[in-house]
Design a protein around this ligand. Structure first.
Ligand code: NDP
Length: 282
C-alpha cells in the first residue's frame, strides 16, 4: 500500500508541479517537427497549427507532407512548409534543419520524432539492420540537435526528443528499436545536464511514450499485444505542452511512469510480466 501511495504521489507531483501552459506562447513560434507525415508527428503539426505557430515539417513522402501542410494552413498555422528528407542519409538531417532556419528565420522548437522502419519480431541476427536503424533513430537526432543548437540558444528555445518506454525498459520483439531509444535517452540525458551546467538557454524534454494508437504501431503489435493503445492526438498535445513549459520529462500515458519505477523495485516480477503479456507460442 505504501509503494502504491508513493507511486501515486510521485506521479501527481510530476504532473501538477510543472509550470502552467500558455497557448498564446506558441502563436508565431517557429517549429520544426520530424516524422510529421503520419502518426504522432502529424498530430503535433495540427496542434501547433491550431496554436498559430509557424511550422516546417519533414519525412520522406513529399505528397503526404504537402497534404499535411495544407491542412495545417486551414487549421490556422501562420506558416506551414515542408521538405522531404531521409534521416538515414548522412546529409539530409543538416539539409532539413538549414531549410527550417532559412525559411523561418530561426527556430524556437525542434521536435525530433521520426523513426526508421523496423520489424516487430524476434531478432534474427541481422546486424546490418541494427547498424542501419541507428542512423535514422539516433545519429540523425544528434546531428539535427547540434545543427539547431545555436539558433535555439538565441531564441531561448526547446528540443523535444520523442523516445519510448522501450528506451527505459527492454521489451522482446524490439531489440534494434530498444537499442536506438536507449541511446537517445543516454545521449540527450547527458546533453541536458551539460546545457544546464553551462547555463544554456536551451531546454531538452525527453518523452517516454507507451503504446499509442498510430496505424504503424497498431499494425506491428496486432495479435501479439492486447494492452490498450492511447490516442495519438492526446500524446501529441502532451509532448507540445512539455516542450512549451520546458519540462525535462514526459511520461505518457500515466502507466509508463509506474512501470519505470516498478522495474527497479521488482525486477524479476517485471521480467515475468513482460514475457507473459505477449501472445507468443514457440
Ligand atoms: P509513425 O510510423 O506513424 O511515423 C513515423 C514517421 O517517421 C513518419 O512520418 C514517416 O514518414 C517518418 N519516417 C520513416 N522513416 C523515415 C526516414 N528514413 N527518414 C525520415 N522520416 C522517416 O510513428 P509513430 O507516430 O507511431 O511514432 C512517432 C514517435 O513516437 C517515434 O519516435 C516512436 O518511437 C515514438 N513512440 C511511438 C509509440 C507508438 O505506440 N506509436 C510508442 C512509443 C514511442 P515517411 O514514411 O513519409 O518517411
Amino acid at each position: 500500500k505504501i509503494a502504491i501511495a508513493s507511486i501515486c504521489v510521485g506521479y501527481l507531483a510530476v504532473k501538477w508541479n510543472g509550470p502552467s501552459f500558455d497557448p498564446e506562447s506558441l502563436r508565431g513560434a517557429r517549429v520544426l517537427v520530424t516524422g510529421a507525415s503520419s502518426g504522432i508527428g502529424e498530430q503535433m503539426a495540427y496542434h501547433y497549427a491550431r496554436f498559430g505557430a509557424q511550422i516546417v515539417i519533414t519525412a520522406r513522402r513529399e505528397k503526404v507532407l504537402q497534404q499535411v501542410t495544407e491542412k495545417c494552413l486551414s487549421l490556422g498555422a501562420q506558416k506551414a512548409l515542408y521538405i522531404s528528407g531521409d534521416m538515414s542519409n548522412e546529409s539530409d538531417p543538416d539539409k532539413v534543419v538549414d531549410f527550417a532556419l532559412e525559411k523561418l528565420g530561426g527556430l524556437d522548437y525542434l521536435v525530433l520524432n521520426h523513426i526508421g522502419v523496423t520489424r516487430f519480431a524476434m531478432w534474427d541476427g541481422d546486424v546490418d539492420h541494427v547498424r542501419w536503424l541507428m542512423k535514422p533513430n539516433f545519429f540523425s537526432y544528434v546531428q539535427m540537435a547540434w545543427r539547431a543548437l545555436p539558433s535555439l540558444e538565441k531564441s531561448k528555445g526547446s528540443m523535444a526528443i520523442v523516445s519510448s518506454m522501450a528506451g527505459k525498459l527492454s521489451n522482446p520483439f524490439t531489440a534494434p528499436y530498444c537499442a536506438t531509444k536507449s541511446a537517445l535517452n543516454g545521449f540527450f540525458g547527458s546533453l541536458s545536464h551539460e546545457l544546464a551546467m553551462k547555463k544554456s538557454n536551451v531546454s531538452i524534454s525527453l518523452i517516454t511514450l507507451g503504446l499509442i494508437d498510430t496505424e504503424s504501431a497498431l499494425k506491428a503489435v496486432r495479435g501479439i499485444i492486447t494492452t490498450p493503445a492511447y490516442p495519438a492526438s492526446e500524446a501529441a498535445l502532451n509532448i507540445i505542452i512539455t516542450g512549451a513549459t520546458r519540462q525535462s520529462e514526459l511520461y505518457y500515458p500515466w502507466y509508463t511512469y509506474v512501470m519505470n519505477l516498478f522495474k527497479d523495485w521488482y525486477p524479476s516480477l517485471t521480467r515475468h510480466l513482460i514475457q507473459n503479456a505477449l501472445n507468443y507460442d514457440p
